[in-house]
Design a binder for this molecule. Sequence first.
Ligand code: MN
Ligand code: MG
Length: 651
Amino acid sequence: MYQVPVASVAKSLTRKDSEADGMPAAHEILPATSPRPRASLRLIATSDLHASLMPYDYRADRPNANLGLGAIALQIAEARGEARNCLLFDNGDFLQGNPLADYAATTRRRRAHPVITAFNTLGYDAATLGNHEFDYGLRFLSGVLADASFPVVSANVATRLGKSASRDETLVPPFAILRRQIIDHDGHAHLLRIGVIGFAPPQIAEWDRNTPEGSIQTRDILAAARAWLPRLRACGADIIVALAHSGIGETDPEEGSENAATALAALPEIDALVAGHSHRVFPGTDFPASPAIDPVRGRLAGKPAVMPGHSANHVGIIDLQIERFTCGPRRWRVVDASARIGQRSADRALSTPALHQALAPDHRATLAWSRRQLGETAVALHSHFATIAPSAALSLIAEAKIDHIRVALAGTRWAGLPLLSSASPFRAGGRGGPENFTEVPAGPLRMRNLSDLYPFPNTLVTLLLTGAEVADWLERATAVFHQIAPGSVDAPLRDDAVPSFVFETIPQLSYAIDLSQPPRFDGQGSLVNPEARRITGLCHGGHPLAATDRFLLVTNNHRAGRARLQDPAARQKVVFTDGARVQSVFSAHVQRKGIVGAPPERNWHFLPMPGTMATFPVGPGAAPYLADIASYRPEPLARDEEGFTHYRLHL
Ligand code: MN
Ligand code: MG
């Protein structure tokens, strides 16, 4: 086994402090005649770690050497070992995503948050906030960040917005200037000031509107960048790195865009950029080439950029060649750059004793917490076919939500309205890979299963909707399917570009989905085909829904926020929210009932398309459950390199 003592990984850069400094020291003024010093500077970045730290699958309760930050610590250590001058960054979405995170967020601890412990141990230089840092409220977040021994920056998340972006009261500092001693190619030392600025998707103001302890406000990423970048330069930043928890996106995005990394990279002050949020890999084949995007060399708008996947499956490495060119406020410039992605590999498993030792108490506590039994399920709860057939797992989540709201609304003026409850699969293959499915066998239900069935700390939100709005809610869900031409053979059914959580089903309604129609809404929820309808025969209690009927829909804060962003004109009415988390409501439901789970009612189906066959990717764990989709007469066709077996379904 290859051993790298993480704590002793030589930091080639000598830390000064992270405060902005004044003018360059006198000894650094460069004689005009001498050749310009050159140095290399390596930037290493992780993004969207989602609390994946240890080589352990807590949901399945078994070790997995392929998981966690430790699995790419070898790449990080090697990348550091090769470079004289090196900085390590994280790009956000580190606090949420697995039972370790759930444990850390819901249990009182005296220790630092395990993710911060990991970052401190590996010597991260700076980080930014992603959308999921806000999942547990602001008080939790500020407590977590208090233990970080590195700056955490975000320029467009504010506790109060000012008249202009530069007057915003940002939640954390908008930027930091890291002062580091670097060694040039001739072995001479120089002081380099690296400006680090961070950005998060402005949508968090909507997504996390109903989380505890009030809300934050956000500013358009580019507006914030334009306001703060000159300030960063004025503070003496020689090189500026943008940590953008944002997808790659267009050169000229709409105001408030979630994916603004390309446009950000085009700003003249930015020298290098880390993108994230969409969990893709860049440079690489995830992105087609365009004038602004060079997926081979790793350039966005000509600047070196990386997007390092998610859950520590990749690490981004940017190498800058810098040259000292002036004695002015900016003394160094980038003269050459390269960007690449390092991939973890289980066969080069690395022991990272310092990291694992530092995390040992949290690991043990998470194991104990995640093994606690809540009750029992009478049937297997899985997501293998949750987008193509009714699912016992989704029905159970919907039932738990509706039970909570029924009690909460008893005796109020809303009590008489029909209650609907939606649920969607969060782990259902797709970009997460063939292992990315929920699977709980019949038998004991434990905390770790809860994190599997409902991995997000969303809260319940109850909306008042008309029959027409309910129909559109389901239309939005069907954006996960491609349009299937009648009579066609083996066209792919699932559009992997649309995340599975978009597929909200409502077990209290019955309906059919007509795949021969184009989607009425796209994956973002925008109306794209106003004439099209995929939902047909929509009924409640056996009666067709009238457009003006009124319903209460229990959904979550994330979906409600999305809907509000998509259609602000709808004046969506939030009837009730008590901040209860779906996870807590679910665990209370299981503990109250003791035994839960039943075969799902067949409340929805695809409208039959005789003679039409489509393909659907199935993970290796699905074999025991194929009977659930027997009506499609599934036939295995081929296994792809990722490990999905593509089945032919007879529609
Ligand atoms: Mn993420
Ligand atoms: Mg994100």
